[in-house]
Design a protein around this ligand. Sequence first.
Ligand SMILES: [Zn+2]
Length: 121
Amino acid sequence: MPLDPKILSEIKEKLLAEKARLEEKLGSFAKKSGIQAGQYDTKWEEYGDDEEDNAAEVAAYGDSLGLEQTLEAELADTADALKRIEAGTYGICASCGTQINQQRLLARPQSALCLECKKKE
Ligand SMILES: [Zn+2]
């Protein structure tokens, strides 16, 4: 059974809000890469020139880089889900082709797999 259009538009709104939130968060410490859409480069923060400052810069950059990768992956999942809505394939498991449980989609709108396939992954 296809998704209720009302549910689908609710999910689309959630995804758009999530996309905006992720882009804003990424934009606070990284700049958009000119090469690939949805890709960001973490900014290097200058604290100072002595050894302690340099060590702190490296640590901060490492932390940001990890966060950048996490957020980027979430952003990619969110963008993919929006593409599936446009393509009319949203809510269908990418692996087995069955309809993904509506509650699961509402709880995690980025889901591309049904619960069974997700478990097997
Ligand atoms: Zn499946």
